[in-house]
Design a protein around this ligand. Structure first.
Ligand code: FE2
Length: 323
């Protein structure tokens, strides 16, 4: 059987005409992906205007082209963030647009537009909130320019953390913003970890692991010192590596001693690490990752949170298949 081509949505606003990589772009009509431009033809200002006037918010690229697009976005994000022309709000918007291009990968089925719309709304609100807070936006920019993969990963974790909270509990808008801010900055402490360790492809040695494991406490201390994050957000930064059986760090807390928001962020963090690679694209099917977390990582996570995760990321087709 021929493998089905998988498409990834890219926000139209994040495509800079002419300099965007020369890949085929598709638009979606009904259930079908229609070729808009093939390799070898520039995507012009005119194309951009035309699609925008027609209310097109996303164009689609083949998943096989994602690697080249990720490197392009990494380079342009760095360039734009370093420029003094952009206001904090504009930078927030740019980070948001880049972000939306990566959050879709947390779902089994990229065609599930309801999930994408829901995630987009949650992240949009979060980004609007963050872009009004100069210290928070600076913190996020710092993560983005230190290690792009950490930034993409943080976005995916924040999206899933927000979705899990929305699914399992009814939080007020303010509480959701606190949780989202904590989740998006959960790995802030990695800015203190050298690039060689963060980007190392092989196994880390003991000393490197020790350095890496300092990131929750270092991130917490730094952001606490800044005095801009709420206690809930700071708790997520500090405790997202705590595990129910006490094997986590930095404090080795158990079960209910680990605040709910930190537990959920921990589940989302591990799930996203298992399912996506450094370019932000999916490498392990969601149901395999959930099974692995239930069986091989037994006792690390609260079972009811794994149920919530499964409900969000595994399709009904799969549930029927295993029954
Ligand atoms: Fe972490």
């Amino acid at each position: 059987m021929e493998a089905k081509e998988v498409f990834v949505p890219i926000t139209l606003e994040s495509i800079e005409p002419v300099i965007f990589p020369d890949v085929a772009l598709y638009i979606k009509t009904g259930e079908n992906y229609v070729l808009y431009k093939n390799h070898g033809r520039d995507f012009s200002e005119h194309d951009h205007d035309r699609l925008s006037k027609n209310g097109v918010e996303f164009v689609f690229v083949s998943k096989d082209d994602m690697e080249v697009i990720t490197s392009h976005m990494e380079a342009s994000a760095e360039r734009l963030l370093k420029s003094d022309i952009l206001t904090s709000r504009a930078k927030g918007k740019m980070i948001y647009q880049t972000s939306i291009n990566f959050v879709n990968d947390i779902f089994t089925n990229p065609d599930k537009t309801t999930d994408l719309d829901r995630t987009k709304r949650l992240i949009e609100n979060l980004m609007l909130f963050i872009s009004d807070n100069p210290d928070a936006i600076t913190s996020l920019e710092t993560v983005m320019s230190h290690n792009y993969h950490t930034f993409v990963h943080s976005l995916q974790v924040a999206s899933l953390t927000l979705l899990m909270h929305a699914e399992a509990y009814s939080l007020s808008r303010d509480e959701m913003l606190d949780v989202g801010t904590g989740a998006i900055l959960h790995d802030f402490g990695k800015i203190f970890v050298p690039q060689e360790i963060l980007n190392k492809s092989g196994k880390l040695n003991e000393e490197e692991i020790k350095v890496l494991k300092r990131h929750p406490e270092e991130g917490y201390l730094f952001l606490q010192g800044k005095g801009v994050l709420s206690p809930v957000a700071l708790t997520i930064v500090r405790l997202h590596h705590e595990r129910c059986n006490g094997s986590g760090y930095p404090l080795g807390l158990e079960n209910r001693d680990i605040p709910r928001s930190a537990q959920i962020t921990g589940v989302a963090d591990v799930y996203c690490t298992l399912t996506t690679d450094k370019s932000g694209t999916m490498t392990m099917p969601p149901h395999i990752a959930v099974q692995l977390m239930r069986n091989q990582m037994k006792d690390l996570f609260a079972p009811h949170l794994l149920d919530t995760l499964e409900k969000l990321v595994c399709t009904e087709d799969f549930q029927q298949f295993i029954l």
